[in-house]
Design a protein around this ligand. Structure first.
Ligand SMILES: Nc1ncnc2c1ncn2[C@@H]1O[C@H](COP(=O)(O)OP(=O)(O)O)[C@@H](O)[C@H]1O
Ligand SMILES: Cc1ncc(COP(=O)(O)O)c(C=O)c1O
Ligand SMILES: [Mg+2]
Length: 276
């Protein structure tokens, strides 16, 4: 038996809920074979849990990407790329590989941390990554940065931002309203360049959602590798992450990761899809 090959170009979240750890767990749950090209290592202070981001040498990143791509990859995801050089290296390698199942998760901040990794990263993502994206999955803050609109606060503002990000070259855009959007449900906006859809699930009243964004984007990636359409890939990803958040748990006093394997064990909460 052969498996579909999925590659994440991402950082290591030592706490295991987000980053490449979330991606690998999610790839496994979707029955794909996961591979990693590691960009940075994120560690946390045991007292207070402040994050520290340490980039790996870029020659080492390039070697990892070359290794993985030489196997013939079915879908690629990008996660935390902390510098403009890392973004350029990832973008050039993906473009050269000719892979079209590309999911760009434009990670700019860690949840709970309010400092962007590097202000120049936004322009680098626009130049090197968005034109390659079959799907890009910004949260509200990231969507506002990429679109240059400031953080959207309403569905109409999310639509405006999604149109702009589509114009920058992403084939499809999902803006994750998540917990931050003032709606009753956890509401994401999907735009395929023609039609807008709202994806909605129950909002979970818990802060145990660390890694939700990575888990969502990794699900989309695995689903594309498995041959789903972009729309179906995104809908399943919403189910997968909704289950993972509903079963989120406290790792310690500071962080509550999602449970990546929740959907297969407990089933998924209902997701509604509405054209808007
Ligand atoms: N409390 C919550 N209840 C239900 N769904 C949530 C909750 N928080 C986030 N989500 C969903 O998790 C996914 C990731 O969104 P979000 O947490 O905003 O991304 P990120 O981790 O990149 O900031 C989205 O589908 C979002 O709607
Ligand atoms: C390596 C890494 N990637 C990505 C993220 C972003 O995670 P989220 O899925 O919560 O957006 C984090 C957050 O801690 C991280 O450490
Ligand atoms: Mg995120």
């Amino acid at each position: 038996m052969t498996l579909k090959k999925t590659l994440t170009i991402a950082g290591s979240d030592t706490s295991g809920g987000a980053g490449m750890q979330a991606d690998l767990k999610t790839f496994q749950e979707h029955g794909t074979y996961g591979m990693v090209a590691l960009t940075v290592v994120v560690t946390m202070d045991p007292n207070g849990w402040t994050h520290h981001v340490t980039p790996l040498p870029t020659e080492l990143l390039q070697k990892q990407i070359d290794t993985a791509l030489s196997t013939g990859i079915d879908a690629i995801k990008t996660g935390m790329l902390s510098t403009e050089e890392i973004i350029r290296i990832a973008g050039e390698a993906i473009a050269k590989s000719g892979t079209t199942n590309v999911v760009i998760d434009p990670v700019m901040v860690c949840k709970g941390e309010d400092e962007v990794l590097n202000p120049g990263n936004t322009d680098a993502m626009i130049q090197h990554l968005l034109p390659l994206a079959a799907v890009t999955t910004p949260n509200l803050f990231e969507a506002g940065q990429l679109a240059g609109t400031g953080t959207p606060k309403t569905i109409d503002e999310m639509k405006t931002a999604a149109r702009k990000i589509h114009q920058l070259g992403a084939k499809a855009v999902v803006i994750k309203g998540g917990k931050a959007l003032a709606t009753e449900k956890a509401t994401d906006l999907f735009f395929d360049g023609e039609t807008f859809f709202l994806l909605e699930s129950e909002k979970v009243a818990s802060t145990n959602n660390h890694g939700a964004g990575c888990t969502f984007a990794a699900s989309v990636t695995a689903n594309l590798a498995n041959g789903l359409s972009i729309k179906d890939a995104v809908i399943e990803a919403k189910e997968f992450v909704s289950a993972a958040i509903a079963h989120g748990w406290a790792l310690n006093d500071y962080v509550g990761p999602v449970m990546h394997g929740a959907k297969s064990r407990y089933g998924a909460p209902q997701v509604t899809v509405t054209e808007v």
